[in-house]
Design a protein around this ligand. Structure first.
Ligand code: GDP
Length: 442
């Protein structure tokens, strides 16, 4: 799944290679791929449609920056729009109420509501030093009440006892009264869920909301539900004035597309994501990280930004020209390529930023040490040798090796690599950084 997405996106980049601007004609295929990528990531169809229209409007005619390919520029636009759609920043929990600040938990059964209640209690207790009270209003499942009690004991957080003979509203109001009298900062109210949307459940949580008037009403939704998450989110959003969303089970294979859909249909910020069954598995939601996840592209955009910032454009252009023809490309240029890669933060950090597949392929084959060695060897050559590597025969090799503190075999290896790179140069045009690196493998 992950690989498919990365492949699709590299496909997009390839489709547009060689075009100087994005135009309606060359953008169609690329957008189709982006559309498929989003659908595979479980973003709901209507959301994808309107999103693609927005992207198209923005991407058309966008100039390609420096030596970047239009494909990369398009992905850049897609990424930026995804981040924007998901709210740009993290939205923190709002606890600015006359104590206790009430957090009402809503969601289907199995979405992770009770677990999230425990995780939030832990976070508030340990990170914000809040005095927390937990209460369960799930009078239909005694096991749910027990589950919360066990969690509370584990966390050493107080819980308000309830039992199945009581009415949910009565339990909640009694807990609120208790919390006021005992100076709790926060009261988290866990509620009953159902396996599917159900009118009775909705009516119940609505009246709970009306009598508690919580400052936060969090909708908990399972990211693995994919497209279904949208319908559920719509139903809850229509019933309750939600203040935020918690997207759970993102530690699984979920692509994260649900984040975009849920955010889009509810218009409410995703405040947290659940990333594990353990109580530590709750993290603030970051739109930029989720956008990368949806696109399945590692941190490829910061890679592009790094390249824009650090690569000397004039020099790069000259190099690109030589690369295109393979003519006049000598060891001096080879060294310059390597130096540019170093400027971009070293190979290891560069590789980390490439899409999964490419990165895995390249990892282990080249590293910073190798680059240092290559540079050392080239530095030991005379200008004449760098310009005409073919004159480097046995005695010169020995001298170069001694100068760089390496073996003659390593000098041979470098000359081989250079030759291969030179050949490859003839085969690809600008923007082929990835291929270039593959060509350098040790
Ligand atoms: P509730 O019915 O909504 O209260 O759901 P529970 O809190 O009982 O969670 C249902 C199941 O999902 C349990 O097995 C939890 O351990 C699991 N779960 C909840 N959140 C996460 C999460 O973020 N990641 C993973 N892997 N499992 C989770």
């Amino acid at each position: 799944m992950f690989e498919n997405l990365s492949n699709r996106l590299s496909g997009v980049v390839k489709t547009l290679r060689g075009h100087a601007r994005l135009t309606e004609a060359n953008i169609q295929d690329a957008l189709r791929e982006v559309r498929m990528a989003l659908l595979e990531a479980d973003v709901a169809l209507p959301v994808v449609k309107s999103f693609i229209n927005d992207i198209k409007a923005r991407a058309l005619g966008k100039d390609v920056i420096g030596s970047l390919t239009p494909g990369q520029a398009l992905i850049g636009v897609v990424y930026e729009e995804l981040v924007k759609l998901m709210g740009e920043h993290n939205d923190a929990l709002n606890l600015a109420a006359v104590p206790p600040a009430i957090i009402l938990m809503a969601g289907l059964q199995g979405s992770g509501k009770t677990t999230t209640t425990g995780k939030l209690a832990k976070l508030l207790k340990e990170k914000q030093r809040k005095k927390v009270l937990l209460v369960s209003c799930d009078v239909y499942r005694p096991a749910a009440i027990d589950q919360l009690k066990t969690l509370a004991q584990q966390l050493e957080v107080e819980w308000y006892p309830s039992d199945v003979s009581q009415k949910p509203e009565a339990i909640a109001l009694a807990a609120l009264d208790y919390a006021k009298r005992h100076f709790h900062d926060v009261l988290i109210v866990d509620t009953a869920g159902r396996l599917a949307i159900d009118e009775q459940m909705m009516a119940e949580i609505k009246s709970l909301h009306a009598s508690l008037n919580p400052i936060e009403t969090l909708f908990v939704v399972d990211a693995m539900q994919g497209q279904d998450a949208v319908n559920v989110a719509q139903a809850f959003n229509a019933t309750l004035p939600l203040t935020g969303v918690v997207l759970t089970k993102l530690d699984g294979d979920a692509r994260g597309g649900a984040a975009l859909s849920v955010r889009n249909v509810t218009g409410k910020p995703i405040k947290f994501v659940g990333v594990g069954e353990k109580l530590t598995g709750l993290e603030p939601f970051y739109p930029d990280r989720m956008a990368s996840r949806i696109l399945g592209m590692g941190d490829v955009l910061s890679l592009i930004e790094d390249a824009q910032r650090t690569v000397d454009h004039e020099e790069a252009q000259k190099l690109v020209k030589k690369m295109k023809t393979g003519k006049g490309f000598d060891l001096e240029d080879f060294k310059m390529q390597i130096q540019q890669m170093r400027k971009m933060g070293g190979m290891t950090s560069l590789l980390d930023k490439l899409p999964g597949q490419v990165s895995q392929l390249a990892q282990g084959q080249i590293d910073d040490k190798l680059i240092n060695r290559i540079e050392g060897i080239i530095n030991s050559m005379t200008p004449q040798e760098r310009a005409k590597p073919e004159i480097i025969k046995a005695s010169r090799k020995r001298r170069i090796a001694a100068g760089a503190g390496v073996s003659v075999q390593e000098v041979n290896k470098l000359l081989n690599q250079f030759e291969q790179t030179q050949k490859m140069m003839k085969q690809f045009s600008k923007g082929g950084l990835t291929k270039l690196m593959r060509g350098m493998k040790g």
